[in-house]
Design a protein around this ligand. Structure first.
Ligand SMILES: NC(=O)C1=CN([C@@H]2O[C@H](COP(=O)(O)OP(=O)(O)OC[C@H]3O[C@@H](n4cnc5c(N)ncnc54)[C@H](O)[C@@H]3O)[C@@H](O)[C@H]2O)[C@@H](O)CC1
Ligand SMILES: [K+]
Length: 489
């Protein structure tokens, strides 16, 4: 599913109106969709809270249609009626019932329609607007939000001061980034996208390179297996282990790479840790590797297709040098944790170490902040734009992890992942993700698609396992996750 910004929706509106459908007609259809959703939620009595713009106009239309079908409706307006303009003023004029103030509170209703603010929110809610939103939330009544829960920024998903908590949201023509970025995702309830007559060609023509992460965008690039395949044709991932007391992370990554289908996986281990690693490995091979010079020798073997580096590896110049060597080899790279922290405040240094190699960086929020300190465009904007900026600066694919993981490529493509489980917030979970992405890249999947697929499969594993999951379980559930994916139409 593609996602849109407020500016793109305004553009779609403009093009549709230019092609002959009036704004008032669009509002009529939007209001009709809201009225229909109210009926599906059990009907009235309904309080419709209208704001000063077109979101409020949608509310007036819904109120008129519901009342016309016999539903008990009260309308409340935030602001003065005579200050309404354009289509919203026309829609309000068609409402013949009384209009109450918004601050008096709602009484004797079973459902609230939140038509206060939609994509036109420009600043934080305060004063009367904030008080009305707080009263809606305090009422404990189910809320149907029109387009966005009021107070949620449709581009960033952020709460601007305060925001409505909705049970459902009806949105028009296409979903917005703010419906999928946190905390917007948790405030919008169930999301319904309805067609209000904006032509498909207009929507298709919008320059949105943002989507919800799902198989439809990367399934075509998943590794396929021939009947007569051979392990040497399924890729070979090299995962670098940390020293004696920090080896578990790399083994988790290696196991995940093997489970996701890499034909061979080798763990490169410092000599100090070879015995402890050997004691825990069976199908995964082991090679001593102490530092960058030895890594260079290992990578002379052309069969290694990908290097995963970072979990437990240690922070410092030795790590930076290992990344330079891996980057210069042109192999696929997956960098996490210590690999990223080794370039604290030096995204440009990391970009130059990568040397244009196909790479995926998988920071969580804290690692991202450290890595991008001082880099342009990585502050104060949406999570999507921050990830995009870092991808553009580094030339790598960014996986900005969290409950709303964002994957961004340097060419502007981006995806927000919603297929995940909160139980994935557990020690070692990120190491498994590193291994999944590395294992997919080892089999020839391009970095952006491998990152999206890895994040999705990781989330799928979390959803399958649920409460009680630990990181060790995640690679073991991959056969079921992969089979489920193969069964998808
Ligand atoms: N394709 C489209 O774009 C369509 C949009 N429609 C509706 O129109 C909405 C967008 O309408 P608008 O652009 O008029 O925007 P909104 O109705 O979301 O809000 C704009 C109004 O709120 C005021 N405002 C913004 N932030 C405020 C704040 N923090 N405190 C107090 N006042 C604030 C503005 O001054 C303006 O009066 C959509 O969300 C949707 O519900 C529909 O009518 C149909 C078609
Ligand atoms: K709203």
């Amino acid at each position: 599913m593609r996602l849109f910004t407020a500016a793109q929706m305004r553009e779609a509106d403009r093009l549709t109106i230019a092609a002959g459908t009036s704004g008032r007609e669009l509002m009529e259809r939007a209001g009709a969709a809201v009225a229909e959703a109210v009926r599906r939620m059990g009907g009235g009595p309904v309080a419709v809270m209208c704001g000063p713009g077109n979101n409020g106009g949608d509310g007036f239309v819904a109120a008129r249609l519901l009342a016309g079908h016999g539903t008990a409706v009260t309308v409340h307006l935030l602001g003065e009626r005579q200050r309404l303009t354009g289509d919203a003023a026309l829609a309000a004029a068609d409402w013949t019932g009384p209009v109450h103030g918004a601050s008096g509170g709602v009484r004797d209703c079973a459902l609230i329609v939140d038509a206060l603010f939609g994509t036109g929110l420009t600043r934080a809610l305060d004063g009367e607007a904030a008080a009305v939103v707080e009263a809606i939330n305090r009422s404990g009544l189910p809320v149907l939000a029109v387009d966005m829960p009021s107070g949620v920024d449709s581009d960033t998903g952020e709460v601007c001061g305060v925001a409505v908590r909705a049970a459902r949201t009806v949105t028009f023509a296409g979903a917005k980034a703010g419906h999928f970025l946190l905390p917007g995702r948790t405030l919008r309830g169930q999301l319904h996208v309805v067609d209000i007559g904006i032509p498909g060609s207009v929507v298709a023509g919008l320059d949105s390179r943002l989507a919800v992460n799902g198989p439809e965008t990367w399934q075509h690039a998943l590794p396929s297996l021939e009947e007569d395949s051979h392990k040497y044709r399924r890729g070979h991932a090299l995962v670098l282990s940390g020293p004696m007391t920090r080896t578990g992370a790399a083994r988790l990554a290696a196991r995940a790479a093997l489970r996701v289908g890499s034909g061979l996986v080798t763990l490169g281990s410092p000599r100090s840790a070879v015995l402890v690693n050997a004691a825990h490995l069976t199908a995964i091979m082991l090679r001593p590797c102490d530092g960058a010079a030895e890594l260079r020798e290992i990578l002379e073997d052309p069969r290694f297709s990908v290097v995963a580096l970072g979990p437990g590896y240690g922070v410092g110049e030795a790590t930076r040098e290992a990344i330079r060597v891996a980057g210069a080899s042109g192999r696929g790279l997956v960098l996490d944790a210590d690999a990223l922290t080794s370039f604290e405040g030096d995204l440009a240094g990391l970009a130059s170490a990568l040397g244009g190699a196909p790479a995926v960086l998988t920071p969580h929020g804290g690692e991202f902040e450290r890595l991008t300190r001082g880099a342009d465009g990585t502050r104060g904007v949406s999570k999507v734009e921050r990830a995009r900026a870092a991808a553009a600066h580094s030339g790598a694919v960014l996986v900005l992890k969290g409950a709303d993981t964002v994957i961004a490529a340097s060419d502007g493509r981006a995806a927000i992942n919603a297929h995940a489980s909160p139980y994935l917030a557990t020690a070692g979970s990120g190491d498994v993700l590193t291994g999944l992405v590395a294992g997919l890249m080892a089999q020839g999947m391009p970095p952006y698609e491998a990152a999206c697929a890895g994040v999705w499969l990781h989330g799928d594993a979390g959803l399958r396992l649920g409460p009680g999951l630990i990181a060790e379980d995640l690679p073991e559930i991959m056969p079921a996750a992969l089979r489920g994916l193969a069964d998808k139409p």
